[in-house]
Design a binder for this molecule. Sequence first.
Ligand SMILES: Nc1ncnc2c1ncn2[C@@H]1O[C@H](COP(=O)(O)OP(=O)(O)OP(=O)(O)O)[C@@H](O)[C@H]1O
Length: 219
Amino acid sequence: MTAATGSHTIDLQARQLCCERDDRVLFDNLGLQLKNGELLQLAGPNGAGKTTLLRLLAGLNRDYQGELLWQGRALTAVYSEYAAQRLYMGHLAALKKTLTPIENLRWLTAAWAVGEDDLWRALDEVQLYGYEETPCMQLSAGQQRRVGLARLALAERGVGPCPLWILDEPFTALDKAGVAWLEGRLQQHVESQGAVVITSHHALENIASLRRLELGALI
Ligand SMILES: Nc1ncnc2c1ncn2[C@@H]1O[C@H](COP(=O)(O)OP(=O)(O)OP(=O)(O)O)[C@@H](O)[C@H]1O
């Protein structure tokens, strides 16, 4: 474990997880474990249940059967502690469109011990130099995506305030350079003993330590 991860032990487990939506079983008896230095990609066709599983793993939805554990304890029982250690990015950019990138980033990282200079540098790293004070509604879809991704840029040596990243389709709307940057950031994060669980239709084969969980083929 590196200095950047501190004493964070990542241990997220699902045991015999079952989830139904509208009387349709999305997955049943699903088991997984995620530890430091691992990247897990949830794959499968549209509607297979990737986002649903990701939200369960993030603790954002409790409509399931089975067990979800963080460091061996029920995720629901340690939710506050867990939420402080995981970064969840949904499939929408989830920005306040009337605010600027720097204002959004301040708001998105309000609970983190990061300085103002760090925020400006992070926006610079995601190629938003010169757009820091432009209202987000005037940015392109890819630029809006980059505002959210700037949180990942805040991470030093790949591990930021949140050692566990839970990312829903983070490659959406990114150009080639953005894709390369994000792949590099994910790689760096797992090399630094962070962990990532991600849904993506994007092939991630360049990333070492990739594991794939195929939904839709399980049941
Ligand atoms: N709140 C909900 N109420 C009812 N059905 C839902 C709800 N959320 C999701 N579903 C259904 O569950 C199924 C799985 O949805 P989900 O968004 O998890 O799929 P996905 O694998 O992420 O798909 P995609 O690749 O299109 O993003 C879909 O058929 C969807 O209609």
